[in-house]
Design a binder for this molecule. Structure first.
Ligand code: 6PG
Length: 247
């Protein structure tokens, strides 16, 4: 699949572009299958979008089908939700506590638990909620991903063991650079998605965005290895993050 690169104007424009994609995915998925299954990115980039979602009216044509959206995470730090590093905790503060989301529709990775156990438990939750068997892969409607300065995405970091995982859906991944464990979805799950949307904003991301969208590196950047087999691959960028892309 060829990546679809969408260059918005500034950071606010990028939020509106991402909101439009998310809303379209939501209504299409609900019409087709009764629900939207979305995996959220951590890091800081998506939080302007999460805050924007929290501001949506609960009535009228600008609302989302909140009761039919199931929220998952692409990765999590191995910390409790109260920890300032928690992707879930930060998303709860920015969005989840401010939108009509049924508690049963929230599917967080338990960063406070033993990493190996939390990864196993998340895989089991994925299989249960998606109703997939032990040899099937759940198919997300939309996965939001960020791009780290080293080309990592989710918690798939360069040189880490999770890059080679081609069976399990979720793993605990030791990230030496951070001297920390992370929980992350694996490439089999990302590549099964109906749509992957990378979000990148700001001039600090311009160089890595150009590398990710450039020739496959050796070794490949983790973000370069995300390749939905039968889905859209979107790069939603503001002008600053797109500044080093060839015209
Ligand atoms: C995380 C992420 C990670 C993030 C990138 C970009 O838990 O940190 O999921 O992959 O998306 O590091 O982070 P920023 O958006 O903060 O630049």
């Amino acid at each position: 699949m060829r990546p679809e690169v969408v260059v918005a104007g500034d950071a606010e424009d990028l939020v509106e572009v991402a909101l439009t994609e998310l809303r379209a995915a939501a209504f299409a998925a609900v019409a087709a299958r009764g629900r939207l299954m979305i995996a959220l990115s951590g890091g800081s980039t998506p939080f302007a979008l999460y805050r924007r979602l929290a501001e949506l009216p609960e009535e009228g044509e600008d609302e989302l089908p909140w009761e039919h959206i199931h929220w998952f995470w692409g990765d999590e730090r191995c910390v409790a939700p109260e920890d300032p590093d928690s992707n879930y905790g930060n998303t709860r503060d920015a969005l989840l506590d401010h939108a009509p989301i049924p508690a049963a529709n929230l599917h967080r990775m338990r960063g406070e638990d033993d990493p190996q156990e939390a990864a196993r438990a998340y895989e089991e939750e994925l299989r249960t909620v998606f109703s997939v068997g032990p040899t099937e892969v759940p198919r997300f409607d939309l996965v939001l991903l960020g791009i780290g300065p080293d080309g990592h995405t989710a918690s798939l970091f360069p040189g880490s063991a999770a890059l080679a995982e081609n069976r399990r859906l979720c793993v605990a991944n030791r990230v030496d650079r951070l001297a920390a464990w992370r929980l992350t979805l694996t490439y089999p799950v990302l590549d099964a998605a109906r749509a992957i949307a990378f979000l990148a904003e700001g001039d600090a991301k311009a160089a890595i965005v150009a590398r990710v969208l450039g020739p496959l590196e050796q070794p490949p950047l983790p973000a370069q290895l995300v390749a939905p087999r039968d889905g859209r691959l979107l790069f939603l960028l503001d002008a600053a993050a797109a500044a080093q892309l060839p015209r």
